[in-house]
Design a protein around this ligand. Structure first.
Ligand SMILES: NC(=O)c1ccc[n+]([C@@H]2O[C@H](COP(=O)([O-])OP(=O)(O)OC[C@H]3O[C@@H](n4cnc5c(N)ncnc54)[C@H](OP(=O)(O)O)[C@@H]3O)[C@@H](O)[C@H]2O)c1
Length: 310
């Protein structure tokens, strides 16, 4: 099969299309012929030698890619609920990657059947983003109706799903974004959008119940200023190394984001209820992986970047 891989860490140019061994399904696994796979911000960090793999590192050559949509082409022993021909989508287990490829072997128990109303490109775009936002806002923040949430990085992949989810849960959503993304973020459900390039959000927002930080760095440090006593700061992008929280009267929470079928199916229930819809999507071919990474790494995309593989 063809896959995008790299033999050494570095810039986007280290990514190239090459032949890789065809996967075979182990016990409890299926092989999926991938139709679409998405680019996540973690991917460029792993390519550079960091991200979730810092310390241990990945074995090179390495195939990136954490979420995908496709069709089951082989079923391993002990799989009772999926068959060859089923359209499925999902997210690789923690510490496992390999979706920038024509095929992947994956545990059947952590993927879900893809409904016909969602294209493969849309399902790939929504897999890890929805899983992360659901774990962050429902399981971790336990966001309640009537609460106010500030979502940092509103136009990004995870934040875009989070805005729709928070609004559906009955919260008032404030989001940060640069000016050219304001219409998009409003259309997702933000009641108020702050242009972080012109205004310091920490000076114009106050008394939030929850901040969901998908940006990190200095943005996370300033996020403490807008929380009411007893508020919750939920983060998926880190504060600067060595930073110690400045307030003792708020909770600081990091979602676990386990990969499971239940959360993918929860996303499908929300989709069916028209509470959420697919994000803005820019499509690429696998051969253009380096270009997709340049856009992802620049950190000003709208919605999701997705490889259309078949
Ligand atoms: N399991 C996990 O813990 C988990 C899962 C998924 C993602 N993550 C992490 O979460 C972060 C977000 O991931 P993602 O894939 O959603 O990112 P993404 O889609 O690449 O987000 C890019 C967005 O960030 C916005 N942005 C950049 N700087 C900003 C700033 N200073 N203030 C407000 N918005 C800003 C940009 O909008 P503008 O153009 O408007 O600036 C752009 O839309 C990454 O660090 C990723 O590694 C963690």
């Amino acid at each position: 099969m063809k896959a995008v891989l790299f033999e050494e860490h570095g810039g986007p140019e280290v990514l190239h299309l090459a032949e890789a061994p065809d996967p075979t399904p182990g016990p409890g696994e299926v092989v999926v012929e991938i139709h679409a796979a998405s680019v996540n911000a973690a991917d460029y960090k792993v390519r550079q030698g960091g991200g979730a793999y810092s310390g241990g590192g990945v074995r090179l050559p390495h195939i990136l890619g954490r979420d995908f949509s496709g069709v089951v082409s082989a079923v391993g022993p002990d799989v009772a609920d999926l068959e060859v021909g089923d359209a499925v989508f999902g997210v690789c287990d923690q510490g496992v990657e390999g979706a920038y490829a024509e095929k992947i072997a994956i545990k059947a128990a952590i993927i879900a059947k893809k409904p016909a109303r969602l294209s493969h490109v849309e399902a790939a775009a929504m897999a890890l983003t929805s899983l992360t936002a659901l774990w962050a806002l429902e399981d971790t923040a336990k966001l309640k109706p009537g609460e106010t949430i500030l979502i940092q990085g509103g136009a990004g992949g995870v934040a875009g799903f989070a805005i729709q989810l928070a609004k559906h849960l009955g919260a008032t959503v404030i989001a940060t974004a640069s000016a050219n993304n304001h219409d998009y973020v409003r259309q997702l459900g933000a009641a108020r959008v702050i242009d972080y390039t012109k205004e310091d959000f920490s000076k114009v927002v106050a008394d939030c119940d929850v901040v969901f930080d998908t940006v990190g760095g200095d943005v996370q440090i300033r996020s403490y200023d807008v929380l009411k006593p007893g508020g919750r700061l939920v983060w998926i992008a880190p504060a600067p190394a060595g930073f110690e929280p400045t307030r003792r009267d708020v909770k600081v929470l990091r979602p676990g984001v386990a990969r499971d079928r239940a959360h993918l199916e929860r996303m499908l229930v929300l989709l069916e209820a028209s509470a959420v819809s697919p994000p803005a999507i820019t499509r690429y071919k696998l051969a253009d992986a380096a270009e997709a990474h340049r856009v992802s790494e620049a950190r000003h995309l709208q919605g999701k970047l997705v490889f259309e593989i078949r």
